[in-house]
Design a protein around this ligand. Structure first.
Ligand code: ADE
Length: 243
């Protein structure tokens, strides 16, 4: 069954946004995934459909009410639903390529987009929402984060990328940053394409790319470089037996 995304938001007009364009948009049109958007405000309270209130204990900002968000979740999610439920939040576990791959292989995902100062903690606990962040910075809401996360997942859904093998060589697939790319012309503004890439020696090219990947990763991302396994020593021929 195709990957099914459900997004709960106070800004439904922000969707499909970037997900309606390019690779994700084409795949949506081809039925390789589906996107269901629910407006949390439909479950707001009173004539003004209030969704938030002042924080208990005082302080700045407003907090989304537990009862309102729970009503929105309960109305949107069927009783038996295997999809993991996430709350987009800078407090969450940091989303990465491994998580994107895991989700792309599953039934879909439910993403709750926060706004305001936060969400009443009780609904996070009671409805089993896992907090997930797209990086160590604060956005004004979870909608862009949800689109980033879905974009990364959707391109990994079988059939979306048109059978390109390149996705396994990309940055972060092997815990490394990707090697540099070149194309014609062979010389441009006095800069040549590295000679090895035009040699036709595929084994040597693969080794050069691996070396460049590792060097880039060490220079730019020491956190990732710490996990690079040491290079296997080159096999030496056994010396001929004496006698
Ligand atoms: N909402 C606000 N900032 C966020 C972030 N960094 N990741 C996910 N959701 C967010």
């Amino acid at each position: 069954m195709a990957f099914r995304a459900l997004v709960l938001t106070l800004m439904p007009d922000m969707f499909p946004g970037t997900l309606g364009q390019s690779l994700a948009g084409d795949a949506l049109g081809r039925g390789l995934w589906s996107l269901d958007i629910k407006d949390i405000r439909d479950h707001g309270i009173g004539r003004h459909r209030a969704v938030d209130d002042t924080p208990a204990g005082g302080g700045p900002g407003m907090v989304i009410r537990a009862d309102v968000l729970a009503a929105a979740l309960d109305a949107a999610i069927p009783v038996e639903d295997a999809r993991p439920r996430y709350l987009m939040s800078p407090r969450g576990r940091v989303f990465d390529q491994a998580m994107a791959r895991e989700l792309a292989a599953g039934p879909g995902a439910i993403l709750v987009c926060g706004r305001f100062e936060g969400i009443d903690e009780r609904v996070i606990e009671a409805r089993g929402l896992q907090e997930v962040s797209i990086g160590d910075y604060v956005l004004s809401g979870g909608e862009l984060a949800a689109q980033v996360m879905l974009d990364a997942i959707i391109r990994l859904i079988p059939g979306v990328m048109g059978g390109q093998a390149s996705d396994l060589e990309e940055s972060h697939e092997q815990g490394l940053l990707e090697y540099p790319h070149y194309t014609r012309p062979r010389e441009w503004e006095g800069r040549e394409i590295p000679e090895i890439l035009t040699s036709g020696n595929h084994a040597a090219i693969a080794e050069w790319r691996r070396d460049r990947s590792e060097a880039l990763t060490r220079a730019r991302r020491p956190d990732l470089a710490a996990k690079i396994p040491p290079k296997a020593p080159k096999k030496r021929k056994k010396p001929p037996a004496e006698g």
